[in-house]
Design a protein around this ligand. Structure first.
Ligand SMILES: [Zn+2]
Length: 422
């Protein structure tokens, strides 16, 4: 059935103008609303109000994903600018959050309506759709936005200013003040051929995050203190990363920013809840060592683990020896897999690849290396730093530091003593 036929059917069922229904239908489909859902929503719209008037919603908390279109007055909390590509076309969209006294809701504006964070606006004929299980407002061609003189008081933070630890994946239109700690310039092959980008690490008083500047701005140099307006947060290799797009404004700051020297210490439960976190510290007991630890072989082509001389992708290969540990750490709130590289493993093992190879040859069994590492670390408490990522297999931390915890031993002894004395 063609769009025209759907419009015909709706128009005759509802007794309204076909062109009007068709325009509404096209509008909804343009926002990726499935045809059946779009028709239902139009049946509600025209069925409820025969005059074709759009329903008016008084407050945001009343908006339901089944609402077709809404009118509302709200305060713009954040505005993020982004370029999206679909059907071979490039479009600049604005996205963020608007709020009233009753609640807040995400929006996507498909045109530049000229509003900024902090403005109070009346949105006419915004279409409601469900996005990630929540209603969201699409402000498109058939919508109107009026910027009001008076400003609506809302119980939410207005503007995108955040500290680094307050950011999470998916945020856009954020404003941060940071110092650039590390930066490197690279050339990548992208959609439009070769592009130069900058990437590295930025920090503020609360934490550190990796960044990518897709426009390789000259201001992004080591030691620079900067205000970055309109950045977004994407996930890269399981941890949040700040993206500077071509819409990001960079201003040099005349004030020092002193990053924390200590890493943020989180419980495993807290860390897992973030969905991925950069450069943190956890303290817990090693309770197990997983398969694929100790002396292992990697495929010379793809670096993946080789089992019985076979790579899953490249078949029979001459594996390259490596040392690695995948250990389970538990801090009482949750468990995570800690991954140690060759150097860290060699330190625990008390010898490098050659020594491990010799031990395995003498025992005629490669697993002795893993067992020895297990005896060394299982049951002990460690302080682990690194980047924690979360996927369907659970939480995983690539350790940048792995040291036995000492502070707690004294504290535990003291606690025990107190208990004995009392
Ligand atoms: Zn391979």
């Amino acid at each position: 059935m063609q769009l025209d036929d759907h419009a015909e059917e709706l128009a005759s069922d509802l007794g309204v103008d076909k062109q009007e229904v068709k325009a509404d239908l096209e509008n909804l489909i343009e926002y990726s609303v499935p045809v059946d859902e779009a028709k239902q929503s139009l049946r509600r719209k025209y069925g409820d109000t025969q005059s074709g008037e759009t329903p008016t919603v008084s407050s945001i908390d009343e908006i339901d994903p089944d609402d077709g279109t809404v009118n509302l007055t709200a305060r713009v909390l954040t505005v993020g600018t982004r370029e999206i590509h679909y059907d071979g076309e490039t479009q600049v969209i604005r996205e963020g959050t608007i709020a009233d006294e009753s609640g807040k809701i995400g929006y996507t504006a498909w045109d530049d309506f000229g509003f900024e964070a902090g403005d109070t606006v009346t949105v006419g004929n915004g279409s409601v759709r469900e996005f990630r299980d929540k209603p969201e407002i699409n402000i498109g061609d058939s919508s109107t936005v009026t910027i009001k003189d008076e400003s609506l008081e809302v119980p939410y933070r207005v503007g995108g200013d955040r500290s680094l630890t307050e950011l999470s994946v998916g945020d856009s239109g954020r404003v941060i003040e940071v110092v650039v700690e590390e930066v490197e310039t690279r050339t990548i092959s992208g959609r439009d051929g070769e592009t130069t980008i900058k990437s590295g690490v930025i920090a503020d008083e609360t934490g550190r995050l990796p960044f990518t500047d897709w426009a390789a701005r000259p201001e992004m140099t080591t030691g620079a203190t900067l205000r970055l307006e309109d950045v977004y947060v994407r996930e890269f290799r399981g941890v949040p990363e700040i993206s500077l797009s071509k819409f990001t404004t960079v201003t040099e700051l005349n004030k020092p920013i002193e990053p924390q020297s200590d890493r943020t210490r989180l419980t495993i439960q807290e860390a897992v809840k973030t969905g991925g976190v950069y450069d943190i510290e956890i303290v817990g007991n090693i309770v197990d060592i997983q398969d694929g630890s100790g002396l292992i072989e990697r495929c010379p082509e793809c670096n993946r683990i080789v089992q019985n001389g076979r790579c899953r992708t490249h078949g029979d290969v001459d594996g390259v020896d490596d040392l690695r540990v995948k250990a389970v750490i538990d801090d009482g709130t949750g468990a995570a897999t800690v991954v140690l590289d060759e150097e860290q493993t060699a330190e625990i093992y008390g010898g490098g690849i050659d020594a491990a190879r010799q031990t395995a040859r003498d025992a005629m069994d490669q697993s002795v290396v893993r067992e020895k590492i297990g005896e060394e670390i299982i049951g002990r408490e460690y302080r682990v730093s690194g980047h924690l990522s979360v996927d369907e297999y659970g939480a995983r931390i690539e350790a940048t530091q792995f040291v036995e915890a000492d502070g707690n031993v004294a504290q535990q002894a003291e606690e025990l003593l107190t208990r004995v004395e009392s």
